[in-house]
Ligand binder design. Sequence first.
Ligand code: ATP
Ligand code: MG
Length: 385
Amino acid sequence: MESAIIIRYCEIHLKGKNRGYFEKLLKENIKKSIKDINCVFTAMHSRYLIEGFSDEDFPVIEERLKKIAGIHTYSRALVVDSDFEQIFSAASILCKDKQGTFKVVTNRADKNFTPNSMQTSMELGGRLLEIYGDNLKVDVKNPSFCVYVDIREDGKTFVYNETVHCMSGMPVGSAGKGLLLISGGIDSPVAGYMMCKRGMKIDCLHFHSFPYTGEAAKEKVVELSRKVAEYNGGINLYVVLFTHIQEEIHKNCPEEFMITLMRRFMMRIAEKLARSTGNQAIITGESLGQVASQTIESITSSNSVVSMPVLRPLIAFDKIDIIEISKKIDTYETSILPYEDCCTVFLPKFPAIKPNLEKVIKAESNLDVEGLIDEAMKNIEIINL
Ligand code: ATP
Ligand code: MG
């Protein structure tokens, strides 16, 4: 018996005149993600269909669909001609190894099909009980599973009993482009994933402190970016050498402002790079009050050197919730590998928790800010993942 994957979206339904734009983007994103798999993809009214795939490829397709922002659910269905006996054989295949209670839910787009939806459900339920009555009972209020029968207008019918939830959100590319500041920590990859989920296409920027931080620390960030790339349809990772800036701050400025000043440099470089790469926003993994550099005073200080929007999708998230998402998107195990991050190099004993902006600006005046930024911008490595 033929089988098909029915793909559904959710929030796109709320779009008025622009709906076609979002549908087309989602269609392209799905097609791109399965282009190496032998199958047939079609866009139908309010949903998409994948057919003609092999049983071995099914789990591969499933994994890919779960990483495409904008897909709400999918179901693997048996496809038969809209003929009662054929529908019954499909339903009986699905119920063969099941136990417990069930109900049949029929949806009849083809109004020429007889009997009507209610009667089809009842007759199918009755026939299924005749053969599986020892293991199954009907419960229309609280069944342990459903048999869905979707009678299409084109003479075909889908029969299925599982609906798998995916990431939902909006198709990547529908909400502009943003530059993610990615460290080797837990938070920033999650922040990147959250923005992809809302439809933003992202690039990554990492500040590396070679030789204080080694090749393994960089590899860790490459690996994390690669994981985020799975939700983003690939990713460009920019690596900026930050060492000289850190050394200069360390040499010339009060120790308590080390992190505050580093953050201001990071933001300035991020904005410059973002503008030259078509990114419209900067994204960070900051969460309010999580550490000294994430108090509202610290955020004010780093925010004040840029004019581009800075998106902080995790700002009100608890660490425990961030960890849960990082486990779900499979970045957690990589994030907790114990390599140095550039922020732990030259870490002051007592960082300013509520940095005074005037004092910060005064400390910064000891440095050739523009010169250091220009130097860093000349030394950018690009890794396409
Ligand atoms: P994370 O878990 O993302 O590392 P964190 O809790 O360690 O965050 P901080 O070290 O204060 O917090 O970093 C805050 C944010 O600054 C990070 O989420 C990230 O967006 C950015 N950031 C920190 N270090 C770097 C780096 N080396 N390169 C690029 N961005 C960085
Ligand atoms: Mg960190």
